[in-house]
Design a protein around this ligand. Structure first.
Ligand code: AMP
Length: 413
């Protein structure tokens, strides 16, 4: 039997209902925060991701699903596509600040494990056009708020400021020098990253690496007064809103486009892949892909990981049980009559079902119960002859007989 590709997910109807609820609630919350939905193509020019995320990152160097001509790639993330669409459609001419959100699937050729898939979905928000600290506060509080609206409260927010390009390159020089002296003690992965992307070593989970890193120079010490003030303002604003956070000077995040504020929201119920949401400021991205300088900040939250947390906290999904009429038929003429009736009722938005396997009345009743039908309507030879149908209200077993012609006007209460 042919099976699904590794690291992908089948959403069966019961899973889809849950996902639909999550998406509906996210859309509602987004509209309260005045974020508007953006949808972009499933694939983009490969160059877009190379230039924005960075060639030396894990995503670009080994996780992209690029087509064989290498011109196009299935999107591994949405920030670059959103900014591409923002620039291409000249949204800056409409208003100076844009608040956009998306719910979309992403593709990364990663090693699958619990909470890590090759096709996964993200809910994300991008606040484009402002470099003011108030934008950071609003966006982070949006991320914090939507999680708490789902009852996800056991979370940790980690926050840092990684400075601008020149502050960071001074730091990278220092960090490199420091790490060179421990080269032989570093893990193999980190040794590889030393020349290509030393910042990523700060993310290493290797025990020995962590020990070395704990004594490494700290990026924050290389920040100028502007970014320090920005950081202080953001932290103060979050405190004023009652949002707790931990400053984590080693939180650099993997992608090249981040500048200034970076943050992550972690949930310990997730195990080793405990990052639920990640984000940061990316003031240079627009220029990296050939646009006008445009400050922006955003986050992305993995919906599969969010679902795992919702399951862990036993989130109560609303019951989905719309009222249904089930037609039990006996004999060919009744079957044909019911097909006609059902098609009429459906045009009125009434949910109807009937037997499609020519089963016994008993088996049909069983199916009506399985569907949790609100009304069961029995039609056989006698009913056809009398031009009458029996409507049984399942909640109390009460029965009424009505004329066939009155069925489409009957109020099923
Ligand atoms: P990133 O775009 O890497 O910053 O990821 C943002 C969020 O997306 C993470 O915190 C996860 O919740 C989710 N995420 C990233 N990669 C994956 C993956 N391979 N499988 C499932 N969720 C993911």
């Amino acid at each position: 039997m042919i099976t699904k590709p590794k690291g992908t997910i089948d959403f069966l109807p019961e899973d889809t209902i849950k996902r639909q609820h999550i998406e509906e609630k996210l859309r509602l919350i987004s509209s309260v925060f005045n974020y508007k939905e953006i949808r972009t193509p499933t694939f983009e020019k490969t160059e877009l991701f190379k230039r924005s995320i960075g060639e030396e990152t894990d995503i670009v160097s080994k996780e992209m699903y690029s087509f064989s001509d290498n011109e196009f790639t299935l999107k591994p993330e949405m920030t670059a596509p959103v900014i591409r669409a923002y620039l291409e459609n000249n949204l800056q001419n409409i208003s100076p600040v844009h608040k956009l959100y998306y719910i979309s699937n992403m593709f990364r050729h990663e090693r699958p494990q619990a909470g890590r898939f090759r096709e996964f979905s993200q809910f994300g928000a991008e606040l484009i056009g402002s470099n003011d600290y108030s934008a950071d506060i609003e966006l982070i509080s949006f991320g914090h708020y939507f999680l708490s609206a789902f009852g996800i409260k056991e979370i940790r927010i980690k926050i840092n400021n990684i400075g601008n390009i020149s502050e960071r390159s001074l730091y990278i020089n220092d960090l490199k020098q420091f790490l060179e002296s421990y080269k032989n003690d570093l893990s193999e992965d980190s040794r590889k990253r030393l020349s290509r992307n030393p910042l990523r070593i700060l993310d290493s989970k290797d025990k020995k690496d962590r020990e070395i890193i704990s004594n490494a120079p700290v990026l924050y010490d290389f920040l100028g007064s502007r970014n320090r003030l920005h950081f202080q303002n953001v932290l103060e604003g979050l405190s004023d809103l009652g949002i707790n956070y931990d400053i984590d000077y080693s939180l650099v995040r993997g992608l090249d486009y981040y500048t200034s504020t970076t943050f992550e929201i972690l949930s310990d119920t997730l195990g080793s892949q405990n990052a639920l949401l990640g984000g940061g400021r990316y003031d240079l991205l627009s220029e990296q892909i050939g646009g006008k300088s445009t400050p922006a900040i955003g986050f992305a939250c993995g919906l599969e990981r969010m679902s795992m947390v919702l399951d862990a906290i036993k989130y109560k999904f609303p019951e989905y049980n719309p009222p249904m009429l089930y037609f039990v038929t006996s004999g060919e003429p009744a079957k044909k009559k019911v097909l006609l009736l059902i098609s009429k009722l459906r045009t009125q938005g009434i949910i109807c079902e009937t037997d499609l396997l020519s089963r016994s009345i008993k088996a049909q009743m069983k199916e009506a119960n399985r569907f949790n039908a609100k009304f069961v309507i029995v039609i056989g030879e006698n009913e056809l002859e009398a031009n009458e149908i029996r409507i049984k209200r399942m909640i109390d077993g009460s029965e009424v007989r009505i004329n066939f012609d009155n069925l489409t006007n009957y109020s099923f209460e």
